[in-house]
Write a new protein. Sequence first.
Length: 94
Amino acid sequence: MKKEMKRNKAYLKKLRKQVDETDNKIIELLKKRFEISKKIGKYKKQNNLSIKNKKREKHLLEKNKNKAKRHNLKPKFVKKLFKLILKESKKIQE
């Protein structure tokens, strides 16, 4: 029984390490996305374009909602997540 518990703990530890590695990748991707948002904001300012683009936001939310469905993720959750990302992106662009 002790051997099995050790094996289970090692397995859990391995899975948690994978979660940590995935979280790190998410952080790196957010950093990259926000760096791009900063460049977009600079471009928009130089060209007197509005920071907000409702049509683009609606398109992104819909596109990502559909991707969520194809990947068996909850569309509502993905929509909320991307609303947060878009909100932060707009702040960065200002």
